[in-house]
Design a protein around this ligand. Structure first.
Ligand SMILES: Nc1ncnc2c1ncn2[C@@H]1O[C@H](COP(=O)(O)OP(=O)(O)OP(=O)(O)O)[C@@H](O)[C@H]1O
Length: 593
């Protein structure tokens, strides 16, 4: 079935989101197909002094935390649990002792490094001192400025908790407030869907797009059936686990559609609702109509982007056309008629014309792909579990062998002290709580987050130094941003001049490898400060290049700084969703006459 693009739809331009007057209107630059190693520091927000000059002025001091006396030590803990999980079962006193001066975060976690940074805050990879498992902890970038902001943040955390557990929603663990900042502890994922998609080779990837569609429809069904709408669905807000399972995240704009009969939300302008990303925004949101259909539209745009490997426009003619039901046939013609039809339905201009999530899940094509997807995830997750079990057994065996072997050896040397000198423990453990009260809005003044003073994002000039070092180390490959590398050169930027209005859709996804998760590590329930320091040093050392690379690509693409570490050198499993799906396709084909 061919999907003819309807041109009879109204050509009346839609009003633009309020912040569009400040946004770029033209999106003709394509993503650069720069090798991963080259893209490192080129596009980070600190890559050039010119960029820095556009940065926002420092935030005014917030009033979220009472002023502290420098004369008298503060012993009162500013820690408040915000989630039911934490209120019901707080950590034992052996893990968190409120009478100690250290923050809740530093007592309960070992900080393993920065995973990424968004507009809301920073996300850290941590190891729990209570159960030894690894998690992600998201900390708001600045303190609550006013009660309204605090209420919104607390609501985000509580709503997130209410939505869990679900296999396609990022698993919530705990939330708390400390010194006027919100902390949300969640399961640790591998990376975001956006970064994962960017690491794939260029060109359409329909099997992967079907897999993403199935996972996200399942997540949306859960949300909508509980009376919520996400309102900010996009690849950057979807995380991906080691097995390739998608997890919907970022519930900052989540809206609860309360009893429609008494308090109608749809068709009513809500003043407290914030705008999401304009690239994925449904047209009716501009009229103040909030409903589940808006999520269906955003999911349609996301799948279009991922299936065709394009970057969708956030303004201009292409943006208008997409909201009038015109798909970019230059790109969608490579897709199957089934997927084209589904996308066309999801991107209907009128919310009432769009299918609901349940209707989409009932489509035969979606059902078929959902079934394959389920099998794939079961196999992938079983293999991963077996692999980590094997790793544990091997580790245990090695330790046993070495201890047996050593017991036969005469003790020639003095035993090496296995604990650090006391003063180093003291140094680490007496991080003053008052350090956390400084409202810098930056991690520099928060001793808990001081992992590596040479962290590139802490020092704009550092990325410069790293780039120089990288340039020296890889003289054969000129760095983007360096005089020898022009990332806008034709070699990296194929033209789209023949693509008419859809030239604003950029070819996407530079090849790279950004898998950053290290869940295969053998976990140590308690890590000594020295171990932690050594570990984090080496982690930061190893991850500097890759962090620069991935974040650079991300900021290049999105115009903001996302820092993703790839500190773990452990290999990721090589199977991917599309490999297994193609295996199924091959099997099906073989079975046919
Ligand atoms: N649970 C997690 N596991 C692994 N990585 C994560 C996790 N949560 C976030 N990240 C990484 O951190 C980055 C920034 O996080 P996130 O997008 O949630 O911050 P944000 O401030 O909400 O962003 P924004 O509001 O701009 O969308 C993500 O792009 C992702 O790479």
């Amino acid at each position: 079935m061919s999907v003819a693009v309807e041109t009879t739809v109204s050509r009346v331009s839609l009003p633009l989101p309020t912040h569009f007057s400040h946004a770029e209107q033209s999106f003709s630059l394509k993503k650069r197909h720069v090798p991963f190693s080259l893209s490192s520091a080129s596009t980070s927000s600190y890559s050039s002094p010119a960029r820095l000059s556009h940065s926002l002025p420092p935030l005014p001091p917030s009033k979220g935390c009472p002023p502290l006396s420098r004369m008298f030590p503060q012993h009162q803990s500013p820690w408040t649990p915000l989630s039911c999980s934490l209120s019901k079962s707080p950590p034992p006193n052996s893990v968190y002792d409120p009478s100690k001066r250290q923050s809740y975060f530093s007592q309960c976690f070992t900080n393993l490094g920065l995973l990424g940074r968004g507009s809301f805050g920073e996300v850290y990879k941590v190891q729990s001192n209570e159960d030894g498992c690894q998690y992600a902890v998201k900390r708001s970038a600045h303190r609550f400025r006013g009660n309204g902001e605090r209420i919104r943040s607390v609501r985000e955390a509580r709503n997130h908790e209410r939505l869990c557990p679900h296999p396609h929603i990022l698993n919530f663990v705990a939330a708390w407030e400390e010194c006027g900042r919100l902390y949300i502890q969640t399961e640790l994922c591998s990376t975001s869907l956006l970064l994962h998609a960017e690491s794939q080779p260029p060109g359409p990837d329909e099997p992967a797009a079907w897999a993403y569609l199935c996972d996200l429809l399942s997540a949306l069904q859960h949300l909508h059936s509980h009376g919520f709408v996400h309102l900010d669905l996009k690849p950057a807000n979807v995380l991906i686990t080691d097995s390739g399972r998608l997890k919907l995240a970022d519930f900052g704009l989540l809206l609860e559609l309360k009893q429609k009969s008494t308090e109608s939300v749809e068709g009513k302008v809500r003043e407290d609702v914030q705008e999401g990303d304009p690239r994925y925004m449904a047209p009716e949101l501009l009229r103040g109509e909030y409903g589940p259909a808006a999520d269906v539209f955003s999911l349609g745009v996301s799948i279009l982007e991922l299936a065709c490997n394009i970057e969708v426009p956030n303004g201009g003619e292409g943006w208008q056309q997409l909201r009038q039901g015109c798909l970019p046939s230059e790109f969608t013609s490579g897709l199957s008629t089934e997927l084209q039809a589904v996308l066309q339905m999801m991107l209907a201009p009128e919310p009432s014309e769009r299918p609901t999530v349940s209707e989409l899940l009932a489509l035969p094509a979606v059902k078929k792909h959902r079934w394959k997807r389920r099998i794939y995830l079961i196999v992938a997750e079983t293999v991963l579990t077996l692999a980590s079990l094997c790793q544990l057994v091997v580790c245990f065996g090695c330790r046993l062998l070495s201890s047996l072997h050593l017991s036969f050896l005469p003790r020639w040397t003095k035993p090496v002290p296995c604990t650090p000198p006391k003063d180093s423990w003291d140094r680490d453990l007496t991080l003053p709580l008052s350090a956390m009260h400084a409202d810098s809005g930056s991690p520099e003044e928060d001793a808990v987050f001081l992992l590596d003073p040479t962290d590139p994002e802490l020092s704009p000039t550092f990325s410069h130094r790293v780039r120089s070092r990288l340039t020296m180390e890889s003289t054969s490959t000129p760095l983007p941003g360096s005089p020898t590398h022009d990332h806008r050169s034709p070699a990296h930027t194929p033209t789209l001049s023949n693509l008419g209005d859809w030239s604003s859709c950029n070819l996407a996804h530079t090849p790279s490898s950004i898998h950053s998760n290290g869940t295969c590590h053998t976990l140590t329930p308690s890590v000594s400060p020295i171990h932690a320091e050594l570990h984090s040093d080496s982690v930061n050392e190893k991850s500097t290049q890759s962090r620069l690379s991935s974040s650079a690509r991300s900021s290049q693409r999105r115009g903001r700084s996302n820092w993703v570490t790839s500190e773990e050198a452990l290999p990721r499993p090589s199977f991917e969703p599309k490999n297994l799906l193609s295996l199924f396709d091959e099997t099906t084909l073989e079975g046919q006459p």
